[in-house]
Ligand binder design. Structure first.
Ligand code: NAD
Ligand code: MG
Length: 328
């Protein structure tokens, strides 16, 4: 494993050069503000009629339309939703300087061939392992969120150094930057969110809730048990792995964990995980997701509505409104 830290980075190569951030959502806002506070020359590229324009202006940033914003940039960071990166690239490519770098925070558009970069451009990845809010907060507190770095096209011979300079500017190099490839970052990121972090975890919660409620237990008690308390466990895992969780839960909980966990996530679940990974690797997932976008996301909306109308949502909203110490 190759890990870079601040001492490995030469930020002088970005000094007095322009970094353009396209998009001002979760990652875009954090990267733009961190880079600006690190002393870089930041320009934000946004649609003049879009909702983020006023916000970026109010944050004190230099905001221009995408075609203007990319002119003169050493790095153009595509921090818009993955599904709009192809059309955005096609609309600005003729305004991007010779020898500039395209930067991504997730490898989807490059890995699945949605964006095929001009041959004179570097193509680099700096993927923070955390949401934008955390990237900003950690930076302000003098820390950083660890990042992955990758290069898929090194036209200038400087692509890796340029990516590392950017990672230092957003604070990531303070926490460590691990070298990867676009393929590894994209496939592991998609797998993680589908099988474990989002898809796996929410399905486990809802199935646990339904099991308790169908058995006649009160929905409120079930909610506290399988949704609310999950955070306490996740915090222990995040801070100190399995060892810290086992240290803080009761022996009864630990025993139940060890004998029952493998019966819930069993060989069938592992086979399903493997199938999910196969469909990410062979491009099936990407193809279907791109087609779903092109069709106007009908299935996305239908599935999302089903999730949001689940009884656990109603019970949860009522209970959370009584816990005023919870942040929305
Ligand atoms: P987001 O949805 O929070 O923000 C997208 C922004 O893009 C919007 O604020 C808008 O300003 C802009 N935008 C939308 N359509 C546009 C268009 N047609 N032209 C110009 N601008 C447009 O996005 P995000 O979650 O910050 O994701 C950005 C990138 O970062 C993605 O590649 C994503 O995979 C990656 N990423 C996200 C996270 C995360 O936690 N959210 C973590 C790591 C990597
Ligand atoms: Mg789900």
């Amino acid at each position: 494993m190759q890990m870079y830290s601040e001492t490995d980075v030469d930020t002088s190569m970005l000094e007095a050069r322009q970094v353009t951030i396209l998009g001002y959502g979760s990652q875009g806002r954090a990267h733009a503000l961190n880079l600006k506070d690190s002393g870089f020359n930041v320009v934000v590229g946004l649609r003049p009629d879009g909702a983020s324009w006023a916000k970026a202006k109010a944050d004190g940033l230099n905001v221009q339309a995408p075609n203007e914003a990319v002119k003169g940039a050493a790095i153009v960071a595509f921090l818009t939703p993955d599904m709009v990166q192809k059309s955005l690239y096609e609309s600005v490519v003729d305004d991007i300087d010779q020898g500039a770098a395209l930067l991504f925070a997730h490898g989807f558009a490059i890995h699945y061939g949605q964006v095929v970069a001009r041959a004179d451009l570097d193509v680099i990845l700096i993927a923070p392992k955390g949401p934008g809010g955390l990237v900003r907060r950690q930076y302000e507190e003098g820390h950083g969120v660890p990042c992955l770095v990758a290069v898929s096209q090194d036209a200038t011979g400087n692509a890796l150094q340029l990516a590392l300079a950017y990672s230092a500017g957003i604070g990531g190099a303070r926490a460590g930057v691990i070298e990867t490839t676009f393929a590894e970052e994209t496939e592991t990121d998609l797998f993680g969110e589908q099988a474990v972090l989002c898809g796996g975890a929410t399905e486990l919660i809802v199935a646990g809730f339904e099991t308790l409620v169908e058995a006649g237990y009160q929905p409120e008690v079930a909610y506290y048990e399988v949704m609310h308390e999950l955070k306490l466990i996740v915090d222990l895992l995040h801070e100190g792995g399995l060892r810290k969780m086992y240290k803080f839960i009761s022996d009864t909980a630990a025993w139940g964990d060890m004998i029952s966990g493998p019966r819930v996530v069993d060989d069938g679940s592992r086979a399903a995980m493997k199938q999910v990974l196969t469909e990410i690797q062979d491009g099936t997932f990407a193809r279907n997701w791109i087609a779903e976008n092109e069709a106007g996301m009908p299935e996305f909306k239908r599935l999302m509505n089903t999730d949001l109308e689940h009884p656990i949502e109603k019970v949860g909203a009522d209970l959370r409104s009584r816990m005023d110490w919870l942040e929305e």
